[in-house]
Design a protein around this ligand. Structure first.
Ligand SMILES: Nc1ncnc2c1ncn2[C@@H]1O[C@H](COP(=O)(O)OP(=O)(O)OP(=O)(O)O)[C@@H](O)[C@H]1O
Ligand SMILES: [Mg+2]
Length: 573
């Protein structure tokens, strides 16, 4: 709970803070109205009976006024007072509730947006390291739960305020024994909570993990469906999913079961304590039953109102244990400062004429990839990179586009020293080893990340022709609006590759990078694509083309060749 209060700042902007403050004041008003709602009937009964606690405490002018009324008038006025009180109470509470729902909506939208932003702006390596299941889980369930934990805290405050007012009311109307009774109930509640608090936290952490595993399993199945079908492993994956799901349900079942126990204990204790009050008053204070009616009505109405509140309060405090785990996860995202380098971008907004990396080193956590190496590119270069698998070709590309940061070395952009390639406003396009498509139309895959109305359809059609997909598109009823399926699974590997190349060319890049772009193609298509790349290069004199391949034959035509092997980048003639 303390962690939540300390980190609340991360979630609330100035406007939300003001809304929370107003809401907090509203909670007092709501609790006060609830307490009035509880006492109004006992007060009226007391006025009618002309005895009891309230009768003694009420001001004379009220007592005199009611005493002057005949029974009919008394009933009519009482009717309007009771109805009026409950009407006002319910209207005000409805609006306070509406306000809380609005705060919830704004807070959840803001938190989720912030988590997505922090996730996407995260360091490239860190992004790759966390699982897809964790990402989906954090953006959806955890972001939602984290805001619920804040509202849960407010709701706890509301219950505590309400119960405190009831306690004050009961203490001021009953004998000292009720103080002991209320104290007893509170101690019992606290003991119940303390006894299972650690277990609840453990279960909540396990549940968060289970959610990640389940999201991952669905992703695995949809990604590997072909392999699963071919190897006839459907049952294996279904069983695995089922197994993990059962684990999650078991944890949830345990949690819900534990959460339901206090309710019963509290109810039994409350009934026991109410009976104690009656016996105490009848036997010890020797009050008549008639004298006790107003007070008893108050105690029973209070109990009827307070027991569910105590129950839900305990439930909310217990839920807070689980929700706090989500809150901690999301707070970590929000605390993570991401650099927004807009200022630096304008400083380097010039077109690239050269980029040099001198004496640079790069290590993954547990592996050195490059040590004291050099590489330079200049406008108009056609660079070929080749070398055995796993030696660092793709890593080198990620360094050149600024996705990975070098550990040591000097970066010179157009002859000037810069700290970080990612801060340069480079116009780069990249065709990767296994290009991915979005679940959308051909058109939207080529004009990647552009609003539909801004898409240059003429350019799209030209590019489709250029990469040799025009026959394919002509045969489709929807043409460039043809849907490519989940990740492009309604297309062949070669077609996906061609769309990826068209996508790369759509932005008129200054640097065009190909990482094994023909790995999914046959010999003829490989040649076709390679000739196409040569053609693009010849038509764009200032463009830098970088082509990575295992095969030397494919990079033979490039004007600079590099061999990546044994942590070195060797220039080859
Ligand atoms: N995020 C990562 N964390 C740790 N090690 C990594 C990471 N990414 C790649 N590696 C390792 O770095 C080495 C170089 O990988 P890289 O992908 O650059 O090789 P490559 O030359 O492109 O191979 P291929 O020709 O098979 O594509 C590999 O041994 C790989 O296991
Ligand atoms: Mg590679």
């Amino acid at each position: 709970m303390m962690f939540l209060i300390k980190n609340l700042n991360l979630f609330l902007d100035k406007r939300l803070k003001i809304h929370f403050l107003i809401y907090f004041i509203c909670l007092f008003v709501a609790s006060f109205l609830e307490t009035i709602g509880i006492s109004i009937i006992p007060i009226i009964i007391s006025l009618h009976l002309k005895e009891g606690f309230f009768y003694e405490k009420l001001p004379d002018y009220i007592i005199n006024y009611f005493a002057s009324l005949n029974l009919n008038d008394f009933l009519i006025i009482s009717f309007f007072i009771i109805i009026g009180t409950f009407l006002i109470k319910n209207i005000v509470i409805f609006f306070i509730h509406r306000f809380s729902l609005l705060i919830n909506k704004t807070l959840t939208a803001k938190t989720t947006a912030e988590v997505i932003k922090k996730l996407f702006k995260k360091d490239f390596l860190l992004f790759k390291e966390s699982t897809i299941g964790k990402k989906i889980r954090d953006v959806t369930v955890e972001a939602d739960h984290s805001t619920r934990s804040i509202l849960n805290l407010l709701s706890i405050c509301q219950d505590v305020i309400f119960l405190t007012l009831i306690v004050i009311l009961l203490i001021s109307t009953s004998s000292t024994i009720s103080i002991l009774i209320i104290g007893g109930l509170m101690i019992i509640s606290a003991l119940i909570f303390i006894s299972y608090s650690a277990l609840l936290r453990k279960l909540s952490i396990a549940l968060v993990k289970s959610r990640e595993i389940l999201f991952n399993k669905i992703f695995e199945i949809s990604n590997l469906i072909r392999e699963i079908k071919i190897l006839k492993k459907d049952n294996f994956f279904i069983e695995k999913y089922h197994f993990e799901h059962k684990k999650l349900l078991q944890r949830n079942y345990k949690k819900l079961l534990i959460l339901s126990i206090p309710k019963h204990i509290i109810e039994i204790c409350a009934v026991f304590f109410i009976l104690l009050i009656i016996f105490n008053n009848v036997f010890l204070n020797e009050l008549s039953f008639r004298e006790m009616i107003p007070q008893l009505t108050l105690v029973i109405i209070s109990a009827l109102k307070a027991i569910p509140v105590i129950n839900t309060l305990l439930l909310k405090i217990s839920h807070a244990k689980g929700l706090n785990v989500s809150f901690e996860i999301v707070a970590k995202y929000l605390r993570n400062k991401v650099k927004f380098s807009r200022k630096n971008k304008s400083k380097y907004s010039k077109k690239i004429s050269s980029l040099k990396l001198k004496n640079f080193s790069f290590n993954y956590k547990d592996k050195t990839i490059f040590k004291g190496q050099n590489i330079s590119l200049k406008a108009g270069d056609f660079i070929g990179i080749f070398g055995p698998s796993g030696e660092g070709k793709s890593t080198l590309l990620d360094i050149l586009i600024g996705a990975l940061k070098i550990d040591k070395g000097l970066i010179l952009f157009n002859g000037k020293k810069v700290d970080d390639i990612s801060q340069l406003n480079l116009n780069i396009a990249f065709v990767s080893q296994n290009p991915k498509l979005i679940n959308s139309s051909l058109k939207e895959n080529i004009a990647f990340g552009e609003d539909e109305e801004k898409i240059n359809k003429f350019k799209i059609k030209n590019l489709i022709k250029m990469v040799g997909l025009d026959d394919f598109v002509r045969n489709k009823k929807r043409g460039i609006n043809y849907f490519v399926g989940d990740g492009g699974n309604l297309l062949s590997g070669g077609q996906v590759q061609r769309i990826a190349i068209a996508r790369a060319l759509y932005t008129n890049p200054d640097i065009l990078i190909f990482d094994e772009p023909t790995s999914a193609l046959d010999r003829t298509n490989e040649r076709l694509i390679f000739n196409l790349i040569n053609k693009i290069f010849k038509e764009n004199k200032k463009m830098i083309v970088i082509y990575v391949s295992h095969q030397f034959s494919l990079i033979r035509k490039s004007n600079k060749k590099f061999l990546v092997k044994d942590k070195k980048i060797k220039s080859i003639k």
